[in-house]
Design a protein around this ligand. Structure first.
Ligand SMILES: CSC[C@H]1O[C@H](OP(=O)(O)O)[C@H](O)[C@@H]1O
Length: 352
């Protein structure tokens, strides 16, 4: 199953606003239909947006205004503009060349996500991520397997934590970073999928991810299809569950990684990173190299999409707050690089 693809002269994509109730494929033939799909998150996730942007240039027929509308459909994920630019560079060579470039980007994403899954799973089970002995104290009642990633403390390699219990890894994640955020397999959830396929996944704790509930609607749907053990978590419970112990690593995606490693991701990621740092749990960002934006020096330079009050004061059309209640709705936040244990890409592991 592919989240987005080029089929018989049109873009076909799963309408993610309809999941988990129904899996509906949209057939998109114009740039404005695609812009609408991007803006309402029918197609979403940085890698998927990169492919959507590239395929959208094919639909544009070279109309510069259409290309500009496509490129600006959502500001934070660098992949959208990157995909548009990569495909648009071939416009002087004609439509066939643009389509070839877009399909290359699609295929490269498929390969990149496979590589990230392997690299991330290897990192988590190779002992390369050392963690200090479980802390004592009120929140360590549960046999905490967490521990700060630190090279200067007596380290207990992760496999040692696995061996005695003979159990897999317990992973926490936010938003949706599975195949629905890419083409076939995902990024952070792709690592969990690889761990599951290797028999090394004990559980995924997925944050529901208000306001659009990518975790509750999409990640739970994907994990159920994988047959992977998982439970849903209210967003606010994430940091507490990390403090209580029992989470081996936090895996998140990225929409834009600045040159210094500061990372923009779904709103709530920063709070999770703070909780992970406090609890001494490794916090990994998993993203393709195409999400690294060397032109943006630090996270301060990343534009954070504000999606307006409606998504906060209503839930799938039902009003939650009293009429007239306003809301603040940043769709992303920025995690400073010093809270990130490692960035796993399709080509390398970066310790920011
Ligand atoms: C691997 S997708 C990266 C990123 O995209 C998601 O945002 P959205 O659902 O608004 O497109 C989320 O931040 C994921 O972590």
């Amino acid at each position: 199953m592919r989240t987005i693809d080029w089929v018989d002269g049109a873009v076909e994509l799963i309408d993610q606003t309809r999941l988990p109730d129904e899996c509906v494929t949209l057939r998109i033939t114009t740039v404005d239909e695609l812009v609408d799909a991007i803006r309402r998150l029918a197609v979403r996730g940085a890698p998927a947006l990169g492919v959507a942007g590239a395929l959208g240039v094919v639909l544009s027929g070279g109309d510069p205004d259409a290309v500009a509308r496509l490129r600006a459909a959502r500001p934070t994920a660098v992949n959208l503009a990157w995909g548009v630019d990569q495909a648009a560079a071939w416009l002087p060579e004609g439509r066939a060349a643009v389509l070839e470039a877009a399909l290359r980007i699609r295929d490269e994403d498929i390969a990149a996500c496979l590589a990230m899954g392997e690299r991330g799973a290897d990192l988590l089970t190779s002992g390369a991520l050392a963690s200090k002995a479980p802390t004592s104290g009120a929140f360590a009642s549960e046999a905490s397997t967490s521990g700060a990633f630190a090279s200067d403390l007596p380290a207990v390699d992760l496999p040692d934590l696995l061996a005695p219990a003979g159990r897999g890894l317990r992973i926490m994640t936010i938003c949706n970073t599975g195949g629905l955020a890419a083409v076939e397999r995902g990024t952070a959830l792709g690592v969990a999928q690889t761990l599951h396929e290797r028999g090394l996944l004990a559980e995924v704790l997925a944050l529901e991810t208000r306001p659009l509930l990518q975790g509750a609607r999409l990640t739970a749907w994907e994990l159920a299809r994988m047959g992977a053990p998982h439970r849903l978590v209210a967003d606010g419970a994430g940091p507490y569950l990390l403090a209580r112990g029992g989470v081996d690593a936090v895996l998140v995606g990225a929409d834009r990684i600045a040159a210094n490693g500061d990372t923009a991701n779904k709103i709530g990621t920063y709070a999770l990173a703070l909780g992970a740092a406090r609890a001494g749990v490794p916090f990994l960002v998993v993203a393709p190299e195409t999400t690294i934006d060397v032109a943006t020096p630090t996270g301060a330079g990343i534009e954070i999409e504000d999606r307006g009050a409606e998504e906060i004061v209503t839930l799938r059309g039902t009003r939650l707050a009293p009429e007239g209640t306003d809301a603040v709705n940043p769709a992303f936040d920025v995690t400073p690089h010093d809270l990130i244990t490692a960035i796993v890409t399709d080509k390398r592991v970066i310790r920011p």
